[in-house]
Design a protein around this ligand. Structure first.
Ligand SMILES: [Zn+2]
Length: 178
């Protein structure tokens, strides 16, 4: 993972060009000449567990790396100024054209997301959501190969796209069986 860690690639200060850089902590790079300081903290995402009327879980087969071909949930990265709830609702609309009516927080789990040779530490937040109708459902082909309904308890663990999602599925199944 080290070669994917973006701060390891800083050789020059992006502000003044100096090579006098230091790493007082793993997540920060500081320029000794102009005091430019950059923190690389986790970014955040939101995704939603959506059930159909029969209690099956909606999953999307990912069209893109990372984890292309594996199961994910409608979700994505939180925009600046957006709440996790707003992001979950926006992503469900963009990715599968569903209007979430009601969402409840399930929990959050850390993740590592690799995109074009950069690893982003991510805090993934998960919600459970309900929709009134699946009639207009339609997967965005740039993100989704197919939309499937599964019994999440029978999906092999390695089929879930991310370790954080595996943990979220476990909590979701616990919550549902109560
Ligand atoms: Zn500098």
């Amino acid at each position: 993972m080290t070669d994917l860690y973006v701060l390891d690639h800083f050789k020059y200060c992006p502000k003044c060009g100096s090579q006098n850089l230091s790493r007082p902590k793993e997540i920060v790079v500081v320029c000794g000449d102009c005091d430019f300081t950059l923190y690389f903290n986790p970014t955040s995402s939101a995704a939603t567990f959506i059930e159909d009327d029969a209690g099956k879980l909606l999953v999307i087969k990912r069209a893109r790396e990372p984890s292309k071909g594996k199961f994910g949930l409608p979700g994505g990265f939180i925009d600046p100024g957006e709440t996790a709830e707003q992001c979950a609702i926006r992503e469900a609309k963009e990715e599968v054209n569903l209007d979430l009516q009601k969402i409840e927080y399930l929990g959050s789990w850390p993740n590592e997301y690799v995109h074009k040779s950069v690893m982003y530490p991510v805090l993934d937040t998960y919600f459970v959501g309900h929709v009134d109708s699946f009639k207009e459902m339609n997967g965005d082909p740039s993100e989704v190969t197919t939309i499937e309904y599964v019994d999440p308890g029978t999906v092999p663990a390695e089929q879930w796209a991310f370790p954080s999602l595996k943990k979220a599925v476990r909590k979701y199944l616990e919550t549902r069986s109560r």
